[in-house]
Design a protein around this ligand. Structure first.
Ligand code: ATP
Length: 512
């Protein structure tokens, strides 16, 4: 099965089990907008809690806010979004399909990388144990040829992006002979800039409506509240403000399910610091955030940092944490050293003094900022992709199982009476009524036990208990583990203690 097939199966699974539905589906959907179903919303809430608690509970110098989606339009002028929040787009005249010029070129760079890795893999096979990878990379004619082409392309691309040179971007696409995947032709239009912000009007048109924007990031809501929080919270630098909320971008190409949406959710934290300390804090936050991801247990090889070639207009250092999705390593989180750009701009445009008075040095200055910004939906997708497995079982059957981290699973415990009679459902309901105050339980009495286990595996429920006739006699049940499928008999009174420890977010937080 190709990775493409796996991804299609994951998307279908998300729909079949109530994780993610296309928005407005009965009207044939709305491009790149999705709804979370009964399972999806639980998992999404767990991801948000994990992030929020790791920021706000674990750091006594980080506090949260919840700012509005609509903001004064001048904010987006000050932040640079009105003038510069653009993507370079290009159309293929034959297929009439639209692409991001930068993405087409980045995919071409990735093709050279793939060629290099294939050469290495072939050589490893050929030379076996005696293979010296470093030497091969430095001396193989084929590898060096690919490397030279890749580096030259990379340099040319980075320069074109930094210079905002749209003609050069088109020329690169022509020179590299990049074709449209649909039509297979090189009949490209010129490259144009496209602003990604959605706008709407506030107030009735008769009294002069105001054009306002749906926020394309939550960060500006933090910057314009910086002084409110600093003063009312009596915060001293360094300190952070965290926020979770919706953001909207009119993405040119919306592909890959919930990876690139037009309405999505961000978890952002802006960390305000003394100027000059930003590169130290940038390095610290890189490590802190990577640790947060690694604590979910999917393995180090699923993550990598990708430092930016083209820095955004506000940044003096930037990196992405990328995750290995079925369609390659992709950005899940951005960490940016934003200098004092945003606060200075808001000072300039609002005419208000937003400087910080440092009581330790008696100086006043505009703080610098390190931002960590992660998309809830991309995080959700990365977890589902890493957790999904089609497993062949020893008895010849197969199952689809989501190996979700227990703390993020939508349901923690399936409660299954062996049969629908003899007082077993009543006992099972009593157990549910007791445990539902501690974690999310699901009662299921329909179909065979085997089928019910499969249903719980498919939504990633870490534990199931079966209530049988012995339970009525000695107050014990069988507890089944999702991953090992091992069962053990345990006392009903011990259930809460055993399960709570491994399904709460506190458990992962303690490992950070
Ligand atoms: P990309 O290069 O993929 O367009 P970006 O660099 O513009 O992303 P940022 O502006 O750094 O993204 O936003 C921070 C985070 O918000 C991203 O790491 C991603 O997880 C999330 N995000 C951004 N755009 C989208 C989108 N259209 N759909 C879903 N999540 C998004």
């Amino acid at each position: 099965m190709t990775q493409d097939d796996v991804f299609k199966k994951i998307v279908a699974h998300c729909k079949e089990y109530g994780f993610v539905f296309p928005s407005s589906e009965i009207y044939d959907g709305l491009g790149a907008v999705y709804d979370y179903g009964q399972m999806g919303v639980e998992m999404k809430n767990n991801i948000k809690s994990y992030w929020w608690q790791s920021m706000v509970l674990l750091h006594d110098n980080i506090v949260g806010i919840d700012s509005s989606i609509f903001m004064h339009p001048t904010i987006w002028k000050a932040s640079g979004h009105v003038d510069a929040f653009n993507d370079p787009l290009i159309d293929n005249r034959d297929s009439k399909k639209r692409y991001r010029a930068d993405v087409l070129i980045e995919e071409q760079i990735a093709k050279y990388d793939d060629k290099i890795e294939k050469e290495i893999a072939k050589a490893r096979k050929r030379f076996g144990d005696s293979f010296d990878e470093a030497q091969y990379r430095a001396t193989s004619k084929n590898v060096l040829e690919h490397r030279t082409k890749r580096d030259a392309l990379h340099e040319r691309y980075a320069k074109a992006m930094n210079d905002n040179n749209l003609d050069e971007l088109k020329q690169i696409i022509l020179d590299e002979e990049i074709v449209c995947p649909i039509s297979g032709t090189r009949n490209w239009t010129d490259v144009r800039q496209f602003n990604l912000m959605f706008s709407t009007e506030m107030g009735s048109t008769s009294d002069g409506a105001m054009k306002i924007y749906l926020r394309p990031e939550t960060a500006q809501g933090i910057f314009v509240n910086y002084l409110n929080v600093q003063k009312t919270g009596r915060m001293k630098l360094p300190f952070g403000i965290a926020q979770i909320g919706k953001a909207f971008r009119n993405e040119i190409v919306a592909r890959q399910f919930i990876f690139r949406m037009r309405e999505f959710e961000q978890m952002e934290m802006q960390f305000f610091i003394k100027p000059g300390t930003e590169l130290d804090w940038f390095a610290k936050w890189k490590q802190t955030r990577l640790k947060w991801h690694l604590a979910l247990g999917f393995g180090e090889d699923k993550y990598r940092f990708h430092d930016h070639d083209k820095l955004a207009h506000y940044a003096n250092a930037a990196t992405d944490i990328e995750f290995l999705m079925p369609f390659g390593f992709k950005e899940v989180e951005g960490i940016h050293s934003r200098t004092n750009f945003d606060l200075s701009q808001h000072e300039k445009f609002s005419g208000k003094n937003i400087r910080y008075f440092d009581p330790d040095t008696n100086e006043s200055y505009t703080p610098y900022v390190i931002e960590t910004s992660i998309g809830v939906d991309r995080m959700f997708l990365s977890i589902i992709c890493a957790a999904y497995e089609e497993q062949a079982l020893e008895n010849g059957e197969s199952r689809v199982v989501l190996h979700l981290p227990a703390a993020l699973a939508p349901v923690k415990l399936g409660i299954l009476p062996l049969v629908k009679k003899d007082g077993l459902p009543e006992l099972a309901h009593r157990i549910q009524n007791d445990l539902k105050f501690h974690f999310n339980c699901q009662y299921d009495e329909k179909d065979s036990i085997g089928k019910r286990y499969r249903r719980q595996d498919a939504i990633g429920t870490p534990y199931c208990i079966t209530v049988d006739h012995q339970s009525l006699e000695d107050g014990t049940v069988t507890l089944r583990d999702r991953d090992t499928m091992q069962q053990q008999r345990i006392r009903i009174d011990d259930l809460c203690g055993i399960i709570s420890d491994s399904v709460t977010i506190t458990g992962i937080l303690k490992t950070l």
